[in-house]
Design a protein around this ligand. Structure first.
Ligand SMILES: [Zn+2]
Length: 313
């Protein structure tokens, strides 16, 4: 990267830290909505790492991961630059929801447009102002709709650079995931910038394990990139290539008998669905050998609902 990084006309020199507010739009009350971007530059030039949280506004673990790292000065590199955006979807954050006010998902609106839906305009801001100055990134997410994710890092195993970052992150689970059309990860990949996704916990709930694994993983990536040493021993990562949801075969009340992160075998009982008035129970059995990487926490389930996310090879 050049000696001076320029974002939205603002220059950030080597050895400088800055907080920039990129204006997105205004609320109907005329209150400005700004994208808060923190930049930490070492005196020594090197890689530029992007950290993004809250692309889905209700996914608070990622926001907290970045917040704690800013607050504990963990993002101050010795070499290179960290660009941290704790909350990408400020609207969703205010309203405790995934998308922007019209319901659109920013992470399905890339590469965005200068004039278009709000989600596309926010995507466009990231693509125009932020992506050109970074080399790679980590995008923080959680499970959606009352489903918790076991801490896992996702990337396409067909992309060597992304796979190296994901390996360096060393989350409890590392999973192959194809690029999703119009996602930030795909748009960045098309510009030659690898972005890995960290998924852990569920929406609107802090999960200490998820947060701690996210912080440690980010420190390991910074260490791998030569930005800041981090010596903690690497834990064992389970590497998986495929996943599938086990769905409710009937409607009712769901009780789990297995937990997130459990390694399970085919036909093992993982939970049951019962009729709410004391009637029959239907066991939920594992469809195959695997590890539980996602689990529904809402007891009220409908036939066909995705209940248990199983990863396997
Ligand atoms: Zn998400």
């Amino acid at each position: 990267m050049p000696e001076i990084i320029s974002i939205n006309g603002e220059e950030i020199k080597l050895g400088e830290n800055k907080t920039l507010n990129l204006n997105v739009a205004k609320l109907p009350t005329h209150t400005s909505i700004d994208l808060s971007v923190d930049i930490f530059r070492a005196k020594k030039d090197g890689p530029v790492l992007l950290l993004t949280g809250g692309l889905h506004g209700d996914e608070t673990n990622g926001i907290e991961i970045i917040r704690r790292m800013i607050s504990n000065k963990k993002l101050q590199p010795e070499v290179g630059t960290v660009v941290a955006i704790p909350i990408v979807n400020v609207y969703g954050f205010i309203f405790n929801q995934r998308g922007v006010p019209d319901g659109k998902d920013i992470n399905r609106s890339f590469p965005g447009a200068k004039v278009g839906s709000l989600a596309r305009m926010i995507a466009y801001t990231l693509m125009q102002s932020i992506l050109p100055v970074v080399d790679c990134g980590i995008d923080f997410h959680t499970g959606g709709a009352s489903r918790a994710n076991y801490p896992q890092v996702r990337c396409s195993f067909n992309q060597p650079e992304a796979k190296k970052l994901a390996s360096a992150f060393s989350a409890p689970v590392m999973m192959h995931s194809n690029l999703i059309k119009n996602s930030f990860r795909m748009a960045a990949h098309k510009k030659g910038k690898p972005i890995i996704v960290y998924e852990a916990g569920e929406t609107l709930r802090f999960d200490e394990m998820a947060i701690n694994e996210g912080i440690k993983g980010t420190m390991r990536v910074m260490n791998y990139l030569g930005m800041k040493p981090y010596q903690e021993e690497k834990p064992t990562t389970r590497i998986v290539k495929k996943s599938a949801w086990i769905r409710a075969k009937k409607s009712g009340l769901f009780n789990a008998t297995a937990a997130l992160g459990d390694v399970v075998s085919a036909k093992q009982e993982l939970g049951y669905i019962s009729e709410p008035f004391g009637g029959r129970k239907a066991k939920m059995l594992s469809s195959r050998d695997g590890i539980i990487i996602g689990l529904n926490n809402n007891p009220i389930v409908h036939k066909g609902d995705a209940i248990i996310h199983l990863a396997y090879n």
